[in-house]
Ligand binder design. Structure first.
Ligand SMILES: [Zn+2]
Length: 80
Protein backbone atom coordinates (compact mmCIF):
# COMPACT_ATOMS: atom_id res chain seq x y z
CA UNK A 1 0.00 0.00 0.00
CA UNK A 2 2.74 2.42 0.94
CA UNK A 3 5.31 1.11 -1.51
CA UNK A 4 4.59 3.91 -3.96
CA UNK A 5 5.42 6.71 -1.57
CA UNK A 6 8.49 4.85 -0.42
CA UNK A 7 9.74 4.65 -3.98
CA UNK A 8 9.27 8.35 -4.41
CA UNK A 9 11.20 9.03 -1.24
CA UNK A 10 14.07 6.86 -2.49
CA UNK A 11 14.13 8.81 -5.74
CA UNK A 12 14.41 12.08 -3.87
CA UNK A 13 17.22 10.69 -1.77
CA UNK A 14 19.11 9.66 -4.89
CA UNK A 15 18.69 13.12 -6.35
CA UNK A 16 20.01 14.75 -3.23
CA UNK A 17 23.09 12.60 -3.26
CA UNK A 18 24.09 13.73 -6.73
CA UNK A 19 24.74 17.28 -5.57
CA UNK A 20 27.78 18.52 -3.74
CA UNK A 21 28.12 15.64 -1.31
CA UNK A 22 31.01 13.86 -2.98
CA UNK A 23 33.71 15.30 -5.19
CA UNK A 24 36.41 17.52 -3.82
CA UNK A 25 38.16 16.46 -0.65
CA UNK A 26 37.97 19.91 0.90
CA UNK A 27 35.05 22.23 1.20
CA UNK A 28 35.64 25.39 -0.83
CA UNK A 29 34.40 27.58 1.99
CA UNK A 30 35.45 28.44 5.50
CA UNK A 31 33.14 28.82 8.45
CA UNK A 32 33.79 32.18 10.05
CA UNK A 33 32.69 33.90 13.17
CA UNK A 34 32.49 37.56 12.29
CA UNK A 35 33.48 39.20 15.51
CA UNK A 36 32.62 42.63 14.13
CA UNK A 37 28.93 41.75 14.35
CA UNK A 38 29.01 38.62 16.47
CA UNK A 39 27.44 36.44 13.83
CA UNK A 40 28.41 33.29 12.00
CA UNK A 41 28.85 33.04 8.28
CA UNK A 42 31.04 31.60 5.60
CA UNK A 43 33.54 32.86 3.08
CA UNK A 44 34.60 31.13 -0.08
CA UNK A 45 37.93 30.08 -1.48
CA UNK A 46 39.45 32.15 -4.21
CA UNK A 47 40.15 30.66 -7.62
CA UNK A 48 43.87 30.45 -7.06
CA UNK A 49 43.26 28.60 -3.78
CA UNK A 50 45.59 30.87 -1.85
CA UNK A 51 43.01 32.51 0.35
CA UNK A 52 39.42 32.64 1.45
CA UNK A 53 37.52 35.79 0.68
CA UNK A 54 34.11 37.05 1.59
CA UNK A 55 32.04 39.63 3.37
CA UNK A 56 30.32 39.89 6.66
CA UNK A 57 26.62 39.21 5.96
CA UNK A 58 25.56 42.12 8.14
CA UNK A 59 28.00 45.02 7.74
CA UNK A 60 29.50 43.77 4.45
CA UNK A 61 33.06 44.30 5.65
CA UNK A 62 35.53 42.48 3.45
CA UNK A 63 37.49 39.62 4.90
CA UNK A 64 40.45 37.82 3.40
CA UNK A 65 42.10 34.84 5.04
CA UNK A 66 45.36 33.61 3.49
CA UNK A 67 45.75 29.86 3.25
CA UNK A 68 49.06 28.68 4.64
CA UNK A 69 50.70 25.29 4.47
CA UNK A 70 48.21 22.70 5.62
CA UNK A 71 45.27 25.05 5.37
CA UNK A 72 43.78 27.46 7.86
CA UNK A 73 43.97 26.67 11.54
CA UNK A 74 42.15 29.69 12.83
CA UNK A 75 38.39 29.84 12.67
CA UNK A 76 37.60 33.15 14.27
CA UNK A 77 38.24 36.33 12.35
CA UNK A 78 37.35 39.94 12.56
CA UNK A 79 36.29 41.59 9.35
CA UNK A 80 37.74 45.05 9.02
ZN1 LIG B 1 30.14 42.69 10.50
Amino acid sequence: MSSRSEKRRAAWAALGRGGDAGGSSRAPFLGIHFTCCGIYGRIYRTRDRRAYEGRCPRCLARLRVPIGDGGVAQRFFRAI
